[in-house]
Design a protein around this ligand. Sequence first.
Ligand SMILES: [Zn+2]
Length: 327
Amino acid sequence: MKKIQSNGVLRKSGKLFTIAALLIALLAMTGCADKVRAFNRPSDTQAWGALIDGTKGGAAVNDERRLGTVQSLNVGNFTTGGASNEEVAAFTNRRAVKLVENVNWTNADDDIADINFPAEISVPVTVWIVKGPFNAQRNLAIDHCVTTSSIWQSERMGVRFSQFEIVDATGDPDASDYFDFDCSMRADIQNDIGRRSNRINVYWVDTVDGGSSRGQACAFGSDFVAMGSTANDELLVHEFGHNFDLEHVDGQATFDNTNIMESSSSTREFITEGQLFRAHLDGNSALNGVYNARAGEPTRTCSHGADNNNCPAINTRIWADGAFPAN
Ligand SMILES: [Zn+2]
């Protein structure tokens, strides 16, 4: 019995050895795969995702999705020469969006594209409480700050507040001129109440465009927000979306009122990768214009509806957003 058992074990390990040797020989002959590698994630196990452009099998490939938790992801054999860009856009939590242009995809299948995630972008914001009571409205502003930070963090916005300054302007003799705000008052409220340069200034009034639950950024890419006195605590992340040059997604088939850029909602929580790409890359975004927070990084002009080699569609998702799956 002993002898038979012993022979059996020997035979098994012999087979294993043969298979392993064959695999090693095969890999040596064919290479493995092109890779994208992530550096400077918040942790070694932090999920990250990529949209990859290049050529595969002679055909242009635009925004091939990859998602993983390890540093190096195999992406097959990308080459150069088709009607595509050669680039990788990458996303992860608590880091700025990274676009690596002009990746050197070759005919060999051992190319490596390295993604060095930039630090999370820190932005100061000043909130002017124009209509009191100050303590209650300060608490409301803090609720908005907390909710905005939470959504940015979970949705990979790559932006955090370095300062959320709250100024009591309720005693300003001009304050009541702006209780019922519309955008025609934008310059005057800043002259009369105050304004800090090189940052977004938020003015907490009573009504905006006639509604106490409304807000206004007054322009795409602006450094300005006005907020109504009873605004739901996820409205500020929406207005900052306009500051980051994002447009409304109302009525679009692959959006609902869980997206931050739905104009009328109290359940905003998701940001697509198409939106993250625009918020960071668009030269008109406050991240570039107001904060100059991406010096040396590439910019792209991507209209809301653009869907091409240079611009992922606005509904591009590497991660599912509620009812809408990754696509
Ligand atoms: Zn809006």
